[in-house]
Design a protein around this ligand. Sequence first.
Ligand SMILES: [Zn+2]
Length: 241
Amino acid sequence: MFERLKILYELQLIDDQLDELEELRGDLPNTVKELESRLKTLQNEVKEKDLKRAESLKKRELNEELMKKLIENQKKFKAQLYQVRNNKEYDALTKEIDHNEEQVAKLEAENDALADQSKQLSAEIEEQEPHIEELEKELKVKEAELKEIIKANEKEENKLLAERKKIEAKVKKPDYSAYSRIRKAKKGKAVATIKRSACSGCHNIVPSQRQLEIRRNNKLFFCEYCGRILVSTEISDSVSE
Ligand SMILES: [Zn+2]
């Protein structure tokens, strides 16, 4: 049992060191993630607007072609006006001409609106592009900083991770799940020792009867205040020295 408790304490020591390395990175990993997501959102927005602008242009070109045909028809109809033989034909033709004119006017109005929309989209894109460039620059800087920190501690981290793997293999499965659960809940420390009669995790006094029991090193004890695994000083001393 002594070994079983000792190995848990060793695991905690390794994780403490890994946590320290993680802390060196500070907010950088989060900052990088956030910049990436902001950049992506902005890029997608610009992409969408660009697509809309292209569609608008295509539609305008189609309308232009249609208008050309209508105007040509119009000329033909107007020429035909001179050749009509009766009122009925005349009426039919003028009706056709009016209808044509209406259609041309409608298409013109539609194209004006589309052109306005394109202009608006272009203005928005132009406004967003510098933001994208800024974000890209910022992201590059932060990524480089993070990379440097990671690289500077890579050897140490790899060594620690290798050690951790060895230790983890020696930890009993239920102990490991208890350890992981407490570590997650307590954001770091899952194993505490007794320092000046108090739990080193939460600093609450451990009753002396309990301290005696813990000193027997014969089972897993949990701090009744913070829930951390409590090991005796014999265990902690046997590891750190
Ligand atoms: Zn405690």
